[in-house]
Design a protein around this ligand. Structure first.
Ligand code: FAD
Length: 455
Protein backbone atom coordinates (compact mmCIF):
# COMPACT_ATOMS: atom_id res chain seq x y z
CA UNK A 1 0.00 0.00 0.00
CA UNK A 2 1.65 3.25 -1.09
CA UNK A 3 1.64 6.29 1.19
CA UNK A 4 -0.82 8.11 -1.08
CA UNK A 5 -3.44 5.37 -0.65
CA UNK A 6 -3.50 5.95 3.11
CA UNK A 7 -5.74 8.58 4.71
CA UNK A 8 -7.10 9.86 8.00
CA UNK A 9 -10.52 10.40 6.43
CA UNK A 10 -12.23 9.26 3.27
CA UNK A 11 -15.49 11.05 2.51
CA UNK A 12 -17.87 9.30 0.12
CA UNK A 13 -19.88 11.86 -1.85
CA UNK A 14 -18.77 15.35 -2.85
CA UNK A 15 -22.07 17.12 -2.20
CA UNK A 16 -22.96 19.90 0.21
CA UNK A 17 -21.99 17.98 3.35
CA UNK A 18 -19.10 15.92 2.00
CA UNK A 19 -17.18 18.80 0.45
CA UNK A 20 -17.45 20.92 3.60
CA UNK A 21 -16.32 18.02 5.79
CA UNK A 22 -13.37 17.20 3.53
CA UNK A 23 -12.17 20.81 3.29
CA UNK A 24 -12.53 21.60 6.99
CA UNK A 25 -10.81 18.39 8.00
CA UNK A 26 -7.90 18.91 5.58
CA UNK A 27 -7.52 22.47 6.89
CA UNK A 28 -7.18 20.94 10.36
CA UNK A 29 -4.22 18.90 9.10
CA UNK A 30 -5.92 15.58 8.32
CA UNK A 31 -4.97 13.60 5.18
CA UNK A 32 -8.31 13.55 3.37
CA UNK A 33 -9.70 11.99 0.19
CA UNK A 34 -13.18 12.48 -1.23
CA UNK A 35 -14.79 10.06 -3.68
CA UNK A 36 -17.42 11.28 -6.14
CA UNK A 37 -19.23 9.16 -8.71
CA UNK A 38 -21.21 11.80 -10.58
CA UNK A 39 -20.64 15.53 -10.11
CA UNK A 40 -18.71 17.80 -7.75
CA UNK A 41 -21.05 19.83 -5.59
CA UNK A 42 -23.67 17.07 -5.41
CA UNK A 43 -27.41 17.55 -5.69
CA UNK A 44 -27.55 21.20 -4.62
CA UNK A 45 -25.14 22.49 -7.25
CA UNK A 46 -26.08 20.19 -10.11
CA UNK A 47 -29.75 19.19 -9.84
CA UNK A 48 -31.07 21.03 -6.79
CA UNK A 49 -30.99 24.44 -5.14
CA UNK A 50 -28.78 26.28 -7.64
CA UNK A 51 -30.29 25.34 -11.03
CA UNK A 52 -33.76 25.46 -9.45
CA UNK A 53 -33.25 29.04 -8.28
CA UNK A 54 -31.89 30.04 -11.70
CA UNK A 55 -35.04 28.63 -13.29
CA UNK A 56 -37.18 30.48 -10.72
CA UNK A 57 -35.47 33.74 -11.68
CA UNK A 58 -36.09 32.92 -15.33
CA UNK A 59 -39.77 32.21 -14.69
CA UNK A 60 -40.21 35.42 -12.71
CA UNK A 61 -39.06 37.57 -15.62
CA UNK A 62 -42.45 37.01 -17.26
CA UNK A 63 -44.15 38.80 -14.36
CA UNK A 64 -41.64 41.65 -14.45
CA UNK A 65 -42.41 42.10 -18.14
CA UNK A 66 -46.16 42.07 -17.49
CA UNK A 67 -45.77 44.63 -14.71
CA UNK A 68 -43.50 46.92 -16.68
CA UNK A 69 -46.42 48.67 -18.41
CA UNK A 70 -47.70 50.09 -15.12
CA UNK A 71 -44.39 51.90 -14.72
CA UNK A 72 -44.51 53.36 -18.20
CA UNK A 73 -42.37 50.83 -20.02
CA UNK A 74 -43.64 49.81 -23.40
CA UNK A 75 -43.14 46.04 -23.80
CA UNK A 76 -45.35 44.90 -26.69
CA UNK A 77 -46.50 41.32 -26.05
CA UNK A 78 -45.86 40.26 -29.64
CA UNK A 79 -42.22 41.26 -29.29
CA UNK A 80 -41.64 39.24 -26.13
CA UNK A 81 -40.16 35.82 -26.76
CA UNK A 82 -38.71 33.12 -24.55
CA UNK A 83 -36.12 30.54 -25.56
CA UNK A 84 -35.90 27.57 -23.20
CA UNK A 85 -32.67 26.10 -24.69
CA UNK A 86 -30.91 29.43 -23.96
CA UNK A 87 -31.94 29.29 -20.30
CA UNK A 88 -30.80 25.65 -20.02
CA UNK A 89 -27.48 26.35 -21.78
CA UNK A 90 -26.74 29.38 -19.60
CA UNK A 91 -27.67 27.41 -16.49
CA UNK A 92 -25.39 24.56 -17.59
CA UNK A 93 -22.48 26.96 -18.10
CA UNK A 94 -22.96 28.32 -14.58
CA UNK A 95 -23.09 24.80 -13.11
CA UNK A 96 -19.86 23.90 -14.92
CA UNK A 97 -18.26 27.03 -13.49
CA UNK A 98 -19.36 25.97 -10.01
CA UNK A 99 -18.04 22.42 -10.56
CA UNK A 100 -14.66 24.06 -11.28
CA UNK A 101 -14.92 26.21 -8.15
CA UNK A 102 -15.55 23.11 -6.04
CA UNK A 103 -12.59 21.33 -7.66
CA UNK A 104 -10.29 24.25 -6.84
CA UNK A 105 -11.58 24.56 -3.26
CA UNK A 106 -10.78 20.89 -2.67
CA UNK A 107 -7.39 21.05 -4.43
CA UNK A 108 -6.39 24.18 -2.53
CA UNK A 109 -7.31 22.55 0.77
CA UNK A 110 -5.10 19.57 -0.14
CA UNK A 111 -8.00 17.10 -0.47
CA UNK A 112 -7.40 14.25 -2.91
CA UNK A 113 -10.39 13.91 -5.28
CA UNK A 114 -11.04 10.36 -6.44
CA UNK A 115 -13.52 9.93 -9.28
CA UNK A 116 -15.67 6.82 -9.22
CA UNK A 117 -18.19 4.90 -7.21
CA UNK A 118 -17.06 3.96 -3.70
CA UNK A 119 -17.71 0.74 -1.85
CA UNK A 120 -16.74 -0.20 1.68
CA UNK A 121 -14.64 -3.39 2.01
CA UNK A 122 -14.38 -2.99 5.78
CA UNK A 123 -14.45 -0.18 8.36
CA UNK A 124 -11.01 1.05 7.21
CA UNK A 125 -10.97 0.20 3.50
CA UNK A 126 -12.72 1.96 0.62
CA UNK A 127 -12.69 0.42 -2.85
CA UNK A 128 -13.03 2.53 -6.01
CA UNK A 129 -12.74 0.52 -9.23
CA UNK A 130 -9.56 -1.57 -8.91
CA UNK A 131 -8.06 0.64 -6.21
CA UNK A 132 -8.19 0.09 -2.48
CA UNK A 133 -7.67 2.95 0.00
CA UNK A 134 -6.92 2.63 3.71
CA UNK A 135 -8.26 5.16 6.19
CA UNK A 136 -8.83 5.74 9.92
CA UNK A 137 -12.30 7.24 9.38
CA UNK A 138 -14.97 6.91 6.67
CA UNK A 139 -17.88 9.35 6.32
CA UNK A 140 -20.80 8.49 4.06
CA UNK A 141 -22.38 11.60 2.55
CA UNK A 142 -24.04 10.09 -0.50
CA UNK A 143 -27.27 12.11 -0.40
CA UNK A 144 -30.66 11.09 -1.74
CA UNK A 145 -32.41 10.25 -5.00
CA UNK A 146 -35.95 10.88 -6.28
CA UNK A 147 -38.50 8.08 -6.04
CA UNK A 148 -41.33 7.55 -8.53
CA UNK A 149 -44.19 5.38 -7.22
CA UNK A 150 -44.70 2.11 -9.06
CA UNK A 151 -47.57 2.28 -11.53
CA UNK A 152 -48.29 1.40 -15.16
CA UNK A 153 -46.40 3.84 -17.36
CA UNK A 154 -43.98 4.84 -14.58
CA UNK A 155 -41.13 4.96 -17.10
CA UNK A 156 -42.79 7.96 -18.80
CA UNK A 157 -42.59 10.05 -15.62
CA UNK A 158 -39.75 12.53 -15.15
CA UNK A 159 -38.17 13.63 -11.89
CA UNK A 160 -36.45 16.88 -10.95
CA UNK A 161 -33.18 15.36 -12.21
CA UNK A 162 -34.43 15.27 -15.82
CA UNK A 163 -36.37 18.53 -15.61
CA UNK A 164 -33.08 20.42 -15.46
CA UNK A 165 -32.08 19.09 -18.89
CA UNK A 166 -35.40 19.06 -20.77
CA UNK A 167 -34.67 19.62 -24.48
CA UNK A 168 -37.90 21.58 -24.89
CA UNK A 169 -40.82 22.82 -22.84
CA UNK A 170 -44.21 21.20 -23.34
CA UNK A 171 -47.39 23.22 -23.78
CA UNK A 172 -48.98 21.48 -20.79
CA UNK A 173 -47.51 19.72 -17.77
CA UNK A 174 -48.61 17.82 -14.70
CA UNK A 175 -46.56 18.05 -11.52
CA UNK A 176 -47.31 15.25 -9.10
CA UNK A 177 -46.59 15.85 -5.41
CA UNK A 178 -47.31 18.23 -2.56
CA UNK A 179 -43.88 19.04 -1.17
CA UNK A 180 -41.74 22.09 -1.83
CA UNK A 181 -40.04 20.66 -4.92
CA UNK A 182 -43.42 20.01 -6.58
CA UNK A 183 -44.66 23.49 -5.73
CA UNK A 184 -41.48 25.15 -6.98
CA UNK A 185 -41.52 23.28 -10.29
CA UNK A 186 -45.20 24.08 -10.79
CA UNK A 187 -44.27 27.76 -10.36
CA UNK A 188 -41.34 27.51 -12.77
CA UNK A 189 -43.39 25.83 -15.48
CA UNK A 190 -46.35 28.17 -15.11
CA UNK A 191 -44.08 31.23 -15.11
CA UNK A 192 -42.55 30.03 -18.36
CA UNK A 193 -45.97 29.81 -19.98
CA UNK A 194 -46.71 26.09 -19.57
CA UNK A 195 -50.34 25.22 -18.65
CA UNK A 196 -49.62 23.56 -15.33
CA UNK A 197 -51.66 21.22 -13.11
CA UNK A 198 -50.44 20.14 -9.68
CA UNK A 199 -51.88 16.87 -8.41
CA UNK A 200 -51.57 15.89 -4.78
CA UNK A 201 -53.20 12.99 -2.93
CA UNK A 202 -53.59 14.91 0.39
CA UNK A 203 -56.18 17.55 1.26
CA UNK A 204 -53.72 20.44 1.10
CA UNK A 205 -50.13 20.64 -0.11
CA UNK A 206 -47.01 21.76 1.82
CA UNK A 207 -47.54 19.55 4.85
CA UNK A 208 -45.52 20.83 7.81
CA UNK A 209 -45.91 24.50 6.88
CA UNK A 210 -48.24 26.82 8.80
CA UNK A 211 -51.87 26.26 7.77
CA UNK A 212 -52.39 29.93 6.89
CA UNK A 213 -49.32 29.75 4.66
CA UNK A 214 -50.64 26.66 2.91
CA UNK A 215 -54.10 28.13 2.31
CA UNK A 216 -52.74 31.50 1.20
CA UNK A 217 -50.18 29.93 -1.15
CA UNK A 218 -52.91 27.79 -2.71
CA UNK A 219 -54.95 30.94 -3.40
CA UNK A 220 -52.01 32.80 -4.90
CA UNK A 221 -50.91 29.92 -7.13
CA UNK A 222 -54.50 29.52 -8.33
CA UNK A 223 -54.60 33.23 -9.25
CA UNK A 224 -51.52 32.64 -11.39
CA UNK A 225 -53.36 30.00 -13.37
CA UNK A 226 -51.86 26.87 -11.79
CA UNK A 227 -54.58 24.24 -11.51
CA UNK A 228 -54.39 22.71 -8.05
CA UNK A 229 -56.12 19.35 -7.68
CA UNK A 230 -55.94 17.91 -4.18
CA UNK A 231 -57.23 14.55 -2.95
CA UNK A 232 -56.29 12.85 -6.20
CA UNK A 233 -53.39 10.78 -7.40
CA UNK A 234 -52.15 9.21 -10.64
CA UNK A 235 -53.01 5.56 -11.27
CA UNK A 236 -51.50 5.08 -14.71
CA UNK A 237 -49.76 6.94 -17.50
CA UNK A 238 -50.24 5.96 -21.11
CA UNK A 239 -48.07 7.53 -23.82
CA UNK A 240 -49.87 8.33 -27.06
CA UNK A 241 -48.20 10.22 -29.87
CA UNK A 242 -46.43 13.15 -28.33
CA UNK A 243 -48.52 13.30 -25.16
CA UNK A 244 -49.59 11.29 -22.11
CA UNK A 245 -53.02 10.11 -20.98
CA UNK A 246 -53.34 9.95 -17.21
CA UNK A 247 -55.91 7.91 -15.28
CA UNK A 248 -56.55 9.50 -11.91
CA UNK A 249 -57.79 8.00 -8.65
CA UNK A 250 -61.09 9.94 -8.80
CA UNK A 251 -61.94 8.23 -12.08
CA UNK A 252 -61.12 11.25 -14.25
CA UNK A 253 -58.62 11.39 -17.08
CA UNK A 254 -56.11 14.03 -18.06
CA UNK A 255 -54.01 14.54 -21.17
CA UNK A 256 -50.75 16.39 -20.88
CA UNK A 257 -47.37 16.91 -22.53
CA UNK A 258 -45.19 16.05 -19.54
CA UNK A 259 -45.52 14.35 -16.14
CA UNK A 260 -43.08 15.17 -13.39
CA UNK A 261 -43.13 13.35 -10.06
CA UNK A 262 -41.86 15.05 -6.93
CA UNK A 263 -43.25 12.37 -4.68
CA UNK A 264 -40.32 11.84 -2.34
CA UNK A 265 -36.63 10.97 -2.14
CA UNK A 266 -34.84 7.93 -0.75
CA UNK A 267 -31.42 7.70 0.88
CA UNK A 268 -28.76 6.83 -1.70
CA UNK A 269 -27.04 3.79 -0.17
CA UNK A 270 -27.00 1.16 -2.89
CA UNK A 271 -23.66 -0.26 -3.97
CA UNK A 272 -21.91 0.99 -0.82
CA UNK A 273 -21.68 -2.49 0.68
CA UNK A 274 -23.22 -1.31 3.94
CA UNK A 275 -24.78 -4.62 4.89
CA UNK A 276 -21.46 -6.45 4.32
CA UNK A 277 -19.78 -4.09 6.78
CA UNK A 278 -22.75 -4.25 9.16
CA UNK A 279 -23.90 -0.61 9.01
CA UNK A 280 -27.50 -0.41 10.26
CA UNK A 281 -30.26 1.36 8.36
CA UNK A 282 -33.51 2.80 9.76
CA UNK A 283 -36.89 1.41 8.59
CA UNK A 284 -37.06 4.31 6.08
CA UNK A 285 -33.73 3.20 4.55
CA UNK A 286 -31.60 6.01 5.98
CA UNK A 287 -28.27 5.28 7.66
CA UNK A 288 -28.83 5.11 11.41
CA UNK A 289 -26.54 7.52 13.29
CA UNK A 290 -26.40 8.95 16.80
CA UNK A 291 -26.44 12.69 17.50
CA UNK A 292 -22.73 12.86 16.58
CA UNK A 293 -23.18 11.13 13.20
CA UNK A 294 -21.65 7.87 14.41
CA UNK A 295 -23.08 4.71 12.84
CA UNK A 296 -23.15 1.44 14.77
CA UNK A 297 -19.74 0.56 13.23
CA UNK A 298 -16.79 2.32 14.90
CA UNK A 299 -14.89 4.52 12.44
CA UNK A 300 -17.86 4.94 10.07
CA UNK A 301 -19.92 8.14 10.27
CA UNK A 302 -22.63 9.53 7.99
CA UNK A 303 -24.34 12.89 7.45
CA UNK A 304 -26.61 14.89 5.17
CA UNK A 305 -29.64 13.64 3.26
CA UNK A 306 -28.55 10.02 3.68
CA UNK A 307 -29.21 10.10 7.45
CA UNK A 308 -32.75 11.48 7.16
CA UNK A 309 -32.38 14.81 8.99
CA UNK A 310 -34.03 17.83 7.26
CA UNK A 311 -32.95 17.60 3.64
CA UNK A 312 -31.44 21.04 3.21
CA UNK A 313 -27.98 22.13 2.13
CA UNK A 314 -27.29 24.37 5.16
CA UNK A 315 -28.20 21.46 7.45
CA UNK A 316 -25.70 19.13 5.70
CA UNK A 317 -23.04 21.87 5.90
CA UNK A 318 -23.67 22.54 9.60
CA UNK A 319 -23.46 18.82 10.32
CA UNK A 320 -20.15 18.65 8.45
CA UNK A 321 -18.69 21.47 10.57
CA UNK A 322 -19.70 19.69 13.77
CA UNK A 323 -18.32 16.34 12.60
CA UNK A 324 -15.00 17.79 11.41
CA UNK A 325 -14.53 19.49 14.75
CA UNK A 326 -15.34 16.29 16.60
CA UNK A 327 -13.00 14.13 14.47
CA UNK A 328 -10.04 16.47 14.00
CA UNK A 329 -10.65 19.51 16.22
CA UNK A 330 -11.28 19.78 19.95
CA UNK A 331 -13.72 16.85 19.91
CA UNK A 332 -16.64 19.15 20.84
CA UNK A 333 -19.66 20.49 18.95
CA UNK A 334 -23.37 19.71 18.80
CA UNK A 335 -25.91 20.07 16.03
CA UNK A 336 -28.92 22.26 16.82
CA UNK A 337 -31.99 21.46 14.73
CA UNK A 338 -34.18 24.15 16.30
CA UNK A 339 -35.23 27.22 14.32
CA UNK A 340 -34.04 26.04 10.90
CA UNK A 341 -35.33 28.70 8.52
CA UNK A 342 -36.43 27.60 5.09
CA UNK A 343 -37.93 28.98 1.90
CA UNK A 344 -40.05 27.69 -0.92
CA UNK A 345 -39.23 29.51 -4.12
CA UNK A 346 -42.68 29.44 -5.63
CA UNK A 347 -44.20 32.74 -6.75
CA UNK A 348 -44.75 34.44 -4.40
CA UNK A 349 -42.02 32.94 -2.20
CA UNK A 350 -42.65 31.32 1.16
CA UNK A 351 -40.24 31.96 4.03
CA UNK A 352 -40.61 30.36 7.43
CA UNK A 353 -38.77 29.90 10.72
CA UNK A 354 -39.74 28.39 14.05
CA UNK A 355 -43.04 26.88 15.11
CA UNK A 356 -46.24 26.92 13.11
CA UNK A 357 -49.38 27.98 14.97
CA UNK A 358 -50.52 24.34 15.17
CA UNK A 359 -47.11 23.17 16.45
CA UNK A 360 -47.05 25.92 19.09
CA UNK A 361 -50.53 24.96 20.33
CA UNK A 362 -49.65 21.24 20.32
CA UNK A 363 -46.57 22.04 22.42
CA UNK A 364 -48.83 23.61 25.03
CA UNK A 365 -48.09 27.31 24.43
CA UNK A 366 -50.75 29.93 25.11
CA UNK A 367 -50.51 31.32 21.61
CA UNK A 368 -50.98 34.89 20.43
CA UNK A 369 -51.09 35.26 16.65
CA UNK A 370 -50.38 38.41 14.61
CA UNK A 371 -51.33 38.27 10.96
CA UNK A 372 -51.38 40.73 8.14
CA UNK A 373 -52.43 40.36 4.50
CA UNK A 374 -51.81 43.18 2.07
CA UNK A 375 -51.00 44.12 -1.50
CA UNK A 376 -47.26 44.83 -1.90
CA UNK A 377 -46.64 48.44 -2.90
CA UNK A 378 -44.88 47.39 -6.09
CA UNK A 379 -48.16 46.10 -7.49
CA UNK A 380 -50.19 49.23 -6.81
CA UNK A 381 -49.31 50.65 -10.25
CA UNK A 382 -49.43 47.39 -12.16
CA UNK A 383 -52.84 45.95 -11.41
CA UNK A 384 -51.32 42.66 -10.26
CA UNK A 385 -53.67 41.04 -7.76
CA UNK A 386 -50.94 39.22 -5.83
CA UNK A 387 -51.07 39.63 -2.06
CA UNK A 388 -48.62 39.12 0.76
CA UNK A 389 -49.10 37.26 4.08
CA UNK A 390 -47.10 37.79 7.25
CA UNK A 391 -47.68 35.96 10.49
CA UNK A 392 -46.03 35.86 13.89
CA UNK A 393 -46.72 33.13 16.44
CA UNK A 394 -46.02 34.40 19.96
CA UNK A 395 -45.95 32.64 23.32
CA UNK A 396 -48.51 34.49 25.45
CA UNK A 397 -46.72 33.80 28.74
CA UNK A 398 -43.13 34.73 27.91
CA UNK A 399 -43.88 37.03 24.92
CA UNK A 400 -41.23 35.13 22.94
CA UNK A 401 -41.73 34.97 19.19
CA UNK A 402 -41.98 31.27 18.42
CA UNK A 403 -42.38 31.44 14.68
CA UNK A 404 -42.43 33.83 11.71
CA UNK A 405 -44.10 32.93 8.43
CA UNK A 406 -44.40 34.84 5.20
CA UNK A 407 -45.75 34.42 1.69
CA UNK A 408 -44.67 37.24 -0.58
CA UNK A 409 -41.87 38.68 -2.69
CA UNK A 410 -38.41 37.92 -1.26
CA UNK A 411 -39.85 36.00 1.71
CA UNK A 412 -36.69 33.89 1.92
CA UNK A 413 -34.48 36.99 2.14
CA UNK A 414 -36.69 38.59 4.81
CA UNK A 415 -37.12 35.50 6.99
CA UNK A 416 -33.36 34.84 7.02
CA UNK A 417 -32.90 38.09 8.96
CA UNK A 418 -35.78 37.38 11.33
CA UNK A 419 -34.35 33.91 11.98
CA UNK A 420 -31.42 35.50 13.83
CA UNK A 421 -33.78 37.40 16.13
CA UNK A 422 -35.96 34.37 16.78
CA UNK A 423 -32.94 32.12 17.38
CA UNK A 424 -31.70 34.72 19.86
CA UNK A 425 -35.03 34.51 21.72
CA UNK A 426 -36.52 37.87 20.72
CA UNK A 427 -39.83 38.82 22.30
CA UNK A 428 -42.78 40.45 20.57
CA UNK A 429 -42.02 43.60 22.61
CA UNK A 430 -38.54 43.65 21.01
CA UNK A 431 -40.06 43.26 17.56
CA UNK A 432 -42.36 46.20 18.42
CA UNK A 433 -39.42 48.29 19.65
CA UNK A 434 -37.55 47.73 16.38
CA UNK A 435 -37.81 50.64 13.95
CA UNK A 436 -39.12 49.62 10.54
CA UNK A 437 -37.46 50.32 7.20
CA UNK A 438 -39.94 52.37 5.24
CA UNK A 439 -41.35 51.72 2.72
CA UNK A 440 -40.77 47.98 2.65
CA UNK A 441 -42.99 44.94 3.04
CA UNK A 442 -40.67 43.66 5.77
CA UNK A 443 -41.54 46.55 8.10
CA UNK A 444 -44.93 44.90 8.61
CA UNK A 445 -43.16 42.35 10.81
CA UNK A 446 -42.37 45.10 13.36
CA UNK A 447 -45.65 47.02 13.06
CA UNK A 448 -48.29 44.32 13.62
CA UNK A 449 -49.81 45.49 16.94
CA UNK A 450 -53.17 43.73 17.37
CA UNK A 451 -53.35 39.95 17.80
CA UNK A 452 -55.96 38.30 15.60
CA UNK A 453 -59.22 37.79 17.42
CA UNK A 454 -59.91 34.26 16.25
CA UNK A 455 -56.58 32.80 17.42
P1 FAD B 1 -25.71 15.49 -2.01
O1 FAD B 1 -25.56 16.93 -2.24
O2 FAD B 1 -26.83 14.80 -2.71
O3 FAD B 1 -24.33 14.81 -2.43
C1 FAD B 1 -24.16 13.41 -2.44
C2 FAD B 1 -23.07 13.08 -3.46
O4 FAD B 1 -22.67 11.71 -3.25
C3 FAD B 1 -23.57 13.17 -4.89
O5 FAD B 1 -22.71 14.03 -5.64
C4 FAD B 1 -23.50 11.73 -5.40
O6 FAD B 1 -23.16 11.66 -6.78
C5 FAD B 1 -22.40 11.14 -4.53
N1 FAD B 1 -22.46 9.68 -4.38
C6 FAD B 1 -23.54 8.91 -4.13
N2 FAD B 1 -23.19 7.61 -4.00
C7 FAD B 1 -21.84 7.56 -4.20
C8 FAD B 1 -20.88 6.51 -4.21
N3 FAD B 1 -21.22 5.23 -3.96
N4 FAD B 1 -19.58 6.82 -4.46
C9 FAD B 1 -19.21 8.10 -4.68
N5 FAD B 1 -20.07 9.14 -4.70
C10 FAD B 1 -21.38 8.87 -4.45
N6 FAD B 1 -31.81 22.51 -0.20
C11 FAD B 1 -31.80 23.79 0.25
O7 FAD B 1 -31.24 24.05 1.32
N7 FAD B 1 -32.39 24.80 -0.48
C12 FAD B 1 -32.99 24.57 -1.65
O8 FAD B 1 -33.52 25.49 -2.28
C13 FAD B 1 -33.02 23.24 -2.15
N8 FAD B 1 -33.60 22.96 -3.33
C14 FAD B 1 -33.58 21.69 -3.81
C15 FAD B 1 -34.19 21.44 -5.03
C16 FAD B 1 -34.21 20.16 -5.54
C17 FAD B 1 -34.85 19.91 -6.87
C18 FAD B 1 -33.60 19.09 -4.81
C19 FAD B 1 -33.59 17.69 -5.35
C20 FAD B 1 -32.97 19.34 -3.59
C21 FAD B 1 -32.97 20.63 -3.08
N9 FAD B 1 -32.39 20.93 -1.84
C22 FAD B 1 -32.40 22.22 -1.37
C23 FAD B 1 -31.83 19.86 -0.99
C24 FAD B 1 -30.29 19.81 -1.07
O9 FAD B 1 -29.89 19.73 -2.42
C25 FAD B 1 -29.79 18.61 -0.30
O10 FAD B 1 -30.31 18.63 1.01
C26 FAD B 1 -28.27 18.59 -0.22
O11 FAD B 1 -27.69 18.56 -1.49
C27 FAD B 1 -27.78 17.36 0.60
O12 FAD B 1 -26.40 17.33 0.63
P2 FAD B 1 -25.64 15.95 0.85
O13 FAD B 1 -24.19 16.30 1.01
O14 FAD B 1 -26.29 15.17 1.91
O15 FAD B 1 -25.87 15.12 -0.49
Amino acid sequence: MSENQNFDLIVIGAGSGGVRLARMSAQRGARVAIVESRYLGGTCVNVGCVPKKLFVYGAHVSEELEDAGGYGWHVPREQVGFDWPTLVANKNAEIERLNGVYRRLLDNAGVRVIEGSARLADANTVVVGDDRYQTRHITIATGSWPVVPELPGQECILTSNEMFYLPQLPRQAVVWGGGYIAVEFAGILAGLGVETTLLYRGEMFLRGFDDDVRRFTAEELTKKGIQLRFGVTIESVQPEGGHYNLSLSDGSRLTTGLVMAATGRRALTEGLGLTDVGVELTPSGHIRVDEHFQTNVPGITALGDVVGTPQLTPVAIAQAMVLSRRLFGDGQGEMDYNHIPTAVFCQPNIGTVGLTEAEARAAGHQVRVYRSEFKPMKYTLTGRQERCLMKLVVDGDSDRVLGAHMVGPDAGEIIQGLAVAIKAGATKAEFDATIGIHPTSAEEFVTMREPVADA
